[in-house]
Design a protein around this ligand. Structure first.
Ligand code: BG6
Length: 523
């Protein structure tokens, strides 16, 4: 029993404030529902969404009353759809697919054929879903997952609303939610227009904007690491931090997505969403609670403090690149301009690096260096918080020279956290060597980390939108990014902008740091 007068129960200097991570995580039962996937023939459905649902069922996290309806334009029977999805589960599930479980899972799958713009199709869908409700006890609850080209987001939302498939948000007896994939718009104005269109048909809290990085365990751990450990918070500011570096590198190219990449480019694909989300979690202020809005309010405050660059600053602090042919993992790979469905004179970036400034009390004066690219030497997403060196009176000379400390968050692969510090080399010579303290998820927890889509679909079923981007997050990110894209658009690529596939981007990316006496942390 707790004794109110017990010395141990009184807060002491350095105690963490209660309120963020002290509540017990009470697991609620997921409510019955039907998940309708628009674009059920697409890659995302087969490679990610269906395997994620299968694993949720395997972990007992799907509602007992649940069915999934694939909505697409091609004619297909339920059986054919189930057979295709079984193959995808066998190929892409993170756990081994057992025949009896596969059978139990695929019995929950149905197929519905229609065009995205045909009112009759939506009316029939409504009747079809009501029949499934009666048969499977799904109680009218609906989630619509739009795994389709962004140009279809608002037309589909409009048809759903018009044909009675979206309920009034005030009606708490049942729910209708819409999940949309990124990108949310292609610049500031189109994002504002899209939001205006979407909110004609849905309330903001019925819209779940997916950014799958937020579903990654290691990204979620950023908040736990920062705000449940007292030893880091005091150092997390411009007094101690020299710079922050974030790298999202991929060794793959654009695969079969030439037309998507030609209309998007690296910044819209990775930086505007995934990388800005990661940045906001690393640098935001502590939220007052773990509620979705407290966390998202803090992210928005942070995103709105990122300095917007004028043209001269864009030229100085940002750069783009495009891969030429080269070697990745010992294999020869083609140049971006020779990829399928890519303009041979394309000016689309496959790499970008930037130096950002956050104009707030905590981070004023701390440069944030970010880079992301396709066809880099390896797949890695890593955050490095690099600390200032201690005063140089003792160990900063010649053979005593110490390296700066850094915290490294490995988002993927080898998920974990490392702290780099200095140690004396055993012996009489008084030499100093940097060493690392390492935490690795799989060694410690000994089980495979769930896929991001599992967590996000589960949260949507539960009605928890904490790990989904709120519209103002997307808008603030676009406010920073749009002038950069416009400036780049007005300029042609120069020979220095190209990089060999299998390298860390154009030379300018190194110069960005070298000109300020720094360098990228070796990865
Ligand atoms: C997607 C991008 O959002 O994220 C892809 O469209 C990219 O281009 C992918 O390859 C990277 O995701 P992950 O989880 O492999 O880092």
């Amino acid at each position: 029993m707790q004794d109110g007068n017990n010395e141990n129960s009184k807060p002491k200097a350095g105690d963490l404030p209660d309120g963020l991570f002290t509540e017990s995580g009470s697991e609620k039962t997921p409510p019955p529902c039907i998940l309708v996937i628009f674009g059920a023939s697409g890659d995302l459905t087969g490679k990610k969404l269906i395997p994620a649902l299968y694993n949720l069922m395997d972990d007992g996290l799907l509602p007992a009353n649940f069915v999934c309806v694939g909505f697409a334009r091609r004619e297909k029977t339920h059986e054919a759809f189930r057979a295709e999805m079984s193959e995808h589960i066998k190929n892409y599930s993170r756990t081994k697919a057992e025949e009896n479980e596969l059978q139990a899972f695929t019995e929950k799958l149905f197929y519905f054929q229609s065009d995205f713009d045909n009112d009759t199709g939506y009316q029939n869908l409504n009747t079809y879903l009501s029949d499934l409700d009666k048969k499977y006890g799904t109680m009218g609850n609906r989630i619509y997952y739009l795994s389709v080209q962004p140009t279809y987001f608002s037309p589909i939302a409009e048809k759903l609303q018009k044909n009675g498939l979206i309920y009034d948000d005030a009606d708490k007896s049942k729910f209708s939610r819409l999940i949309i994939e990124k990108p949310f718009g292609r610049d500031l104005n189109s994002a504002l227009d899209l939001q205006a269109e979407m909110t004609k048909n849905l309330a903001e809290n019925q819209i779940y904007r997916i950014d799958h990085y937020l579903g990654k365990e290691t990204v979620q751990n950023l908040l736990v690491f920062r705000f449940s450990n007292a030893i880091f918070e005091g150092l997390w500011n411009n007094r101690y931090v020299d710079n922050i570096q974030i790298t999202v590198g991929e060794s793959i190219g654009i695969e079969e997505r030439g037309d998507f990449y030609e209309s998007a480019g690296l910044v819209r694909d990775i930086i505007q969403n995934h990388l800005m989300q990661v940045l906001s979690l690393v640098t935001m202020e502590p939220p007052s609670s773990l509620s979705a809005d407290s966390i998202r309010d803090e992210k928005v405050k942070l995103l709105s403090a990122i300095r917007h660059y004028k043209d001269e600053e864009i030229d100085k602090y940002t750069l783009r690149g495009q891969y030429k042919e080269g070697f990745v993992n010992g294999e020869k790979v083609a140049a971006y301009r020779s990829e399928n469905k890519v303009n041979p004179e394309s000016n689309v970036e496959t790499f970008a690096a930037m130096r950002l400034s956050i104009d707030n009390w905590r981070w004023a004066g701390v440069p944030i260096y970010i880079r992301a690219g396709k066809r880099l030497p390896k797949r890695t997403t890593e955050i490095c918080v690099m600390f200032k060196k201690p005063p140089g009176v003792l160990f900063n000379k010649n053979e005593h020279e110490s390296a700066p400390n850094c915290f490294i968050f490995r988002i993927q692969p080898n998920e974990g956290i490392s702290i780099a510090c200095n140690s004396k080399v055993p012996g009489t010579a008084n030499l100093i060597q940097p060493v690392t303290m390492d935490f690795q998820y799989d060694n410690f927890f000994g089980k495979s980390v769930p896929e991001a889509y599992e967590r996000l679909i589960h949260d949507c079923i539960m009605g928890d939108n904490t790990l989904f981007a709120r519209v103002d997050e997307a808008i603030h990110s676009w406010r920073f990014i749009t002038p950069i894209l416009e400036r780049w658009n007005s300029q042609k690529f120069t020979p220095e902008d190209f990089y060999n596939a299998g390298t860390w981007g154009p030379k300018g990316a190194d110069m960005l740091l070298q000109s300020e006496g720094r360098k990228w942390k070796m990865i």
